[in-house]
Write a protein that binds this ligand. Structure first.
Ligand code: COA
Length: 692
């Protein structure tokens, strides 16, 4: 079998073409092939230069993530890049698609870089909890200066080729004919007879101490709890104290150290899990139906967000409001949302116009007769939703996918109402639907595989991160969140305070605590949701009726200036003595003697309750793998990505310890709530974790 690197000769220029699908990761075979190509060119009297180019959709996407944690095989990436840089003849990188991580580092070690104008470069290692380990932190600043390099290395953003040209990271940008341009550039370099420009020999730029401090502070806020961005700055600063080779060794050591750490393992797990959840068991090879026109029934907050999500991605959208007045109000609201983006400078005027032109809002359900997909977003009321599905079932074409955005209602009941259960599924978006990435697609009992393949495909096309869930109350996110809320309310009865619980959870890494969040979202909405779910609550859950009490007091949260906290002009939550009184009176009235609830107990009861519920969903086959649970919680509620999601986190703690804590809480809080899921019992008995 031929290796991934093929060398072709064009006159006196060798062209090493790498073909290593899917994304030309710099695996061992690629590195070995490139090493050989450099050796061959250096040794040949008939060859003057080497062009490195990739086949397929992209230039090198980085070091091979799948080799991480395995014994390193020579030539390792830093050695190869050094060999390229030290070559006696020019080596030119020809970049299309993306030059990422080790891919960019290799290009930086070449003597020149030619790129397509559509190409992008970047050092995304920090997103995997790492720092560049093959010279990126030393070579990039030498080429583009300290200030320009800092955000690229520490934030992991991508730079389009024209901008990279301006900065000096790329030498030539062409619209097409990349290989010809790279060969021409190689010939010109040879003809010029100029000495090779080795990035390592350029002077290291002076660090800007002010910029370093500012960036560190900003990153500490923006990437709270993440080690890698700060380590990336440490790595760039190595150039201030060490000569090039020593700095390179230290950079590599830092990268290796981070690779062994829990954060990088968790972030790499999430990278792989994002890709894993796209492969839904049972849908292999199932083709999605074609979708270009999408109907959205209901134009409330969710409906309007969903309309924008589809219009933004180029779909024709027909939204149906319940009256002509509501249709015109919704058109106005959507137009206003786009106008706000334009005035903020995050959307071009003509693009906003194009998006708006794709949207029509009517009050006629019959306008959906030719839709390929309809998303229903009317109020959470079973009878209303059933009526909508019955109407959609008869007025749309057979084969039109009918999806409900319900959060709690049974998809199978809606499917039955439509008379076409095979076409019906759930598409549960999160608010704001045009922003939040997670999408829970829900498989009903009778949903056809092509319908599921369609909503997975459409979800991806609108930029979402879709996961597949089975039918159950609350699906994944709301189901797990309900357990956290339950434990929170129980602990408030037992003696904890909203501020304590919020502090513990933000300390763990959530962006907001549950009570500050609840004040932001609105206690009136939570009250309404609680009423819908009241019949299914246990006696103790009914008794912990804090939401009802706040609602009765008109404390709806930020919008009324008071909820769990009170709010002044600055909208910062302040603990409120009235809430302390309310908690005290609640306990007295119900004969509960408050006790000290420790922070550790708060953490365990809020989070292990979610782990246990995730295990139940997995054990019951509602989700196919633990990956769905982790991806859902990280992307919908801000579960800290540095822990990898609830089930990865539980594995890291060790399931026996998690189970023991659950049994402890069963004694104090009740076995009804704290019996470890059967799956946890089985995994502990087998000495395994959720991930094996
Ligand atoms: N090493 C090994 N495999 C990689 C890889 C890498 N550096 N980058 C991507 N892949 C794999 C993915 O895991 C996926 O594999 P799968 O099909 O088995 O799930 C496959 O390549 C396709 O990747 P995907 O992300 O689905 O394709 P895309 O076209 O949407 O995006 C990239 C391509 C390169 C932009 C994206 O994969 C990416 O950002 N990769 C990581 C780059 C990186 O962090 N490099 C630095 C490593 S230290």
């Amino acid at each position: 079998m031929p290796g991934p690197v093929t060398v072709r000769i064009h006159g006196r220029i060798a062209i090493a073409e790498v073909d290593h699908p899917p994304v030309n990761a710099l695996s061992h075979g690629v590195r070995a092939g490139l090493w050989e190509a450099v050796e061959r060119v250096d040794a040949s009297a008939d060859l003057d230069a080497l062009v490195i180019i990739c086949a397929g959709r992209t230039f090198f996407s980085g070091a091979d993530i799948k080799e991480f944690g395995k014994p390193a095989q020579d030539p390792q990436l830093p050695q190869l890049i050094d060999r390229i840089e030290q070559a006696a003849k020019p080596v030119i990188a020809a970049i299309h698609g993306k030059a990422l991580g080790g891919g960019l580092e290799l290009a930086l070690g070449c003597h020149a870089r030619v790129a397509l104008s559509s190409a992008r470069i970047g050092l995304p290692e920090v997103k995997l909890g790492l720092v560049p380990g093959a010279g990126g932190t030393q070579r990039l600043p030498r080429l583009i200066g300290f200030a320009a390099a800092v955000p690229i290395v520490a934030e992991g953003g991508e730079v389009p080729a024209p901008k990279a040209l301006e900065l000096g990271a790329i030498d030539v940008v062409v619209a097409d004919q990349l290989e010809a341009a790279a060969v021409a550039h190689a010939e010109a370099l040879v003809a010029s007879g100029a000495p090779l420009r080795r990035t390592r020999d350029l002077p290291a730029p002076e660090a800007d101490a002010g910029l370093v401090e500012e960036t560190r502070k900003a990153l500490a806020k923006k990437k709270r709890g993440h080690i890698a961005p700060q380590a990336a700055i440490d790595a760039i600063l190595l150039a201030q104290s060490y000569l090039f080779d020593e700095a390179l060794q230290r950079e590599n050591a830092l990268c290796r150290e981070l690779m062994q750490g829990a954060q990088s393992k968790a972030l790499r797990h999430l990278f792989a899990a994002e890709r894993e959840v796209a492969r839904v068991p049972g849908l292999e090879g199932v083709a999605p139906r074609s979708v270009s026109t999408v109907g959205v029934v209901g134009t409330g907050t969710m409906g309007a967000g969903i309309v924008q999500a589809f219009a933004n991605a180029g779909f024709t959208v027909i939204a149906v409001a319940s009256s002509a007045e509501k249709a015109s109000a919704a058109t106005g609201r959507i137009a206003k949302a786009y106008a706000a983006l334009v005035s903020r400078g995050s959307l071009a005027h003509d693009e906003a116009d194009r998006r708006m032109a794709r949207i029509s809002v009517t009050a006629e359900l019959a306008s959906l007769a030719n839709a390929d997909l309809v998303v229903e977003t009317v109020t959470e009321d079973l009878a209303r939703k059933q009526a909508v599905f019955a109407a959609l079932g008869s007025l749309t074409r057979p084969g039109t996918v009918l999806a409900s955005n319900t959060s709690y209602l049974d998809i199978d009941t809606l499917a039955a109402a439509s008379g076409r259960p095979a076409d019906v599924c759930g598409m549960h978006f999160f608010n704001p639907a045009n922003v939040m990435r997670l999408l829970e697609n829900v498989r009903g009992k009778h949903t056809a595989p092509e319908v599921l393949a369609t909503v997975m495909d459409v979800g991806k096309r609108i930029g979402k991160l879709p996961i597949m869930s089975g039918v159950c109350e609350g699906f994944v996110v709301n189901r797990l969140l309900a357990k956290r809320s339950r434990e929170g309310f129980f602990m408030l009865e037992e003696g904890a305070t909203p501020a304590q619980i919020d502090t513990v959870l933000t300390g763990f890494g959530f962006p907001m605590g549950p009570y500050a969040l609840s004040d932001l979202a609105g206690i009136d909405l939570q009250y309404a949701a609680r009423q819908v779910r009241m019949a299914g609550l246990t006696e103790r859950e009914k008794r912990a009726d804090f939401v009802d009490q706040l609602y009765a007091l008109g404390r709806y949260g930020q919008k009324t200036g008071a909820g769990w906290y009170r709010y002044g002009e600055d909208r910062k939550p302040q603990p409120d003595p009235a809430i302390a009184e309310l908690l005290k009176a609640h306990a007295e009235a119900r004969g509960i003697t408050p006790r000290e609830v420790t922070d550790q107990e708060v953490l365990e009861r809020c989070l292990y309750a979610m782990v246990n519920e995730g295990a139940k969903l997995l054990g019951d086959g509602i989700v196919a793998r633990p990956h769905e649970v982790d991806i859902a919680m990280v992307n919908a509620i801000g579960w800290p990505d540095t822990t990898g999601g609830p089930l990865w986190w539980a594995d890291a703690i060790g399931l026996p310890a998690v189970r023991e804590a659950m049994l402890r809480h069963a004694q104090t809080a009740g076995a009804e709530y704290w019996s470890p899921a059967p799956l946890i019992e089985r995994l502990v008995a087998e000495g395994k974790g959720f991930y094996g």
